[in-house]
Design a protein around this ligand. Structure first.
Ligand code: SAH
Length: 362
């Protein structure tokens, strides 16, 4: 763990990013600035427990020290560029403006068992999946741990509701931002912060094999989800460029290692695209691939993206696909579609914002 925590992007918007620091790191930093150690504990508490976004709110910290912090460091404070509520009210989507003018999306989903927040891990994405809106403009930059955290903190503050689950399934490839992701996880599960249980955190990857293995080695007690979306490499290469780098066999090997090292079952996402990957044949092949892994498959009817001509599978094919998996002993659920009426598919809200902005600036 420490190996990954050693490397940190300590800058944000040209200042020191103290919100991405662990408590021991913040303590070092505050002591080096010439202040007593207990100030670090106070500041950490303001940042990660009370989740304030301004130094002026840290009322038990002397004004002079707050000025120094203000000058040298930064706490990411987002502007709410858009907030959309689904008709049923169970889903809310936020488009947040970052300090450098970029925009990211986060989603609040209200379930019976509690509130879940889906966060972005990068601005844009460079994985190039053909059906995904987040990757259309490529990768702009990685998010710092503080910016991943702030999505959860901001939604909790704005909604006034407690967040109990976090899924890293928004825009971006979290395993392509590995160190910042590990840092984010460490801070989010810190008992001196929001203290969200690792078991309630899910990270989704398109299948970066070396990173899946690194994650297995860290044994973080989180849930790993892998976006498979195909039952053979030829089919996968057509929709996911990353398939040219890692084969399904290599990915599943890494997943088996993840399971044996952490004792946690891996789940698989499978977006159903009409005529591409939704045949009975594909379902049978998928069942064979996953046999004996105790895996769970999450079937997602693809959300059509304007720029692409993928169509979602019809209901019969979706149910058929699920039935074949189940019959072959693979547990499969069809993702309840939440908030389709508010552009909840990955990256579509940010995409419309960027396109609108370009138009306004023309
Ligand atoms: N990069 C990570 C996490 C972000 S995407 C990953 O690939 O897993 C979260 C999930 O939504 C992935 O399974 C992704 O393939 C899927 N997804 C993206 N766009 C979609 C769309 N238009 N319709 C259905 N699922 C989509």
């Amino acid at each position: 763990m420490l190996r990954y925590l050693k490397r940190m992007n300590s800058e944000l918007y040209g200042k020191t990013d103290i919100k991405s620091m662990t408590k021991p790191e913040l303590t070092d930093y505050i002591i080096k600035m010439g202040y007593p150690k207990f100030r670090a504990a106070q500041i950490y508490d303001w940042i990660h427990k009370k989740t304030v976004t301004g130094f002026s709110e840290m009322t038990n910290v002397p004004a002079g020290m707050r000025d120094v912090l203000e000058e040298k460091t930064v706490l990411p404070a987002f502007t709410v560029l858009a907030r959309l509520k689904s008709e049923k009210g169970d889903t809310e989507k936020f488009l947040f403006g970052l300090g450098d003018g970029n925009a990211i999306e986060s989603v609040l989903m209200r379930y019976k068992h509690g509130n879940s927040v889906c966060i972005s891990s990068q601005v844009g994405c460079r994985m190039g999946c053909k059906f995904c809106a987040s990757t259309l403009g490529g990768l702009v930059r990685n998010l710092n741990a503080s910016e991943m955290l702030e999505q959860v903190y901001a939604i909790q503050r704005i909604s006034g509701e407690r967040v109990s689950n976090v899924v890293v399934m928004g825009s971006g490839e979290p395993m392509d931002n590995f160190d910042n992701f590990v840092r984010f996880f460490t801070l989010l599960t810190d008992p001196d912060g929001l203290n969200i249980s690792g078991r309630n955190i899910t990270v989704s990857t398109c299948g970066l094999v070396p990173e899946i293995r690194k994650l297995a080695e860290l044994d973080l007690s989180l849930t790993l989800a892998v976006s498979l979306h195909a039952s053979d490499d030829t089919e996968r290469k057509k929709i996911m460029p990353v398939a040219n780098k890692y084969s399904i066999a290599e990915i599943l090997d890494a997943c088996r290692e993840y399971f044996s090292k952490t004792g946690r079952r891996v789940s698989f996402e499978y977006s159903l695209i009409a005529g591409e990957n939704d045949s009975a044949e594909s379902a049978k092949k998928l069942a064979l691939l996953l046999k004996g892994m105790g895996a769970h498959v999450n079937l997602i009817p693809v959300n059509p993206v304007k720029e692409r001509d993928f169509k979602r599978s019809n209901v019969t094919n979706i149910l058929n696909f699920q039935e074949i998996l189940e019959k072959n002993g693979i547990n499969a659920t069809i993702r309840r579609e939440m908030g389709a009426d508010i552009d909840a598919a990955c990256g579509q809200l940010r995409r419309s914002y960027i396109l609108g902005k370009e138009k306004r600036e023309e």
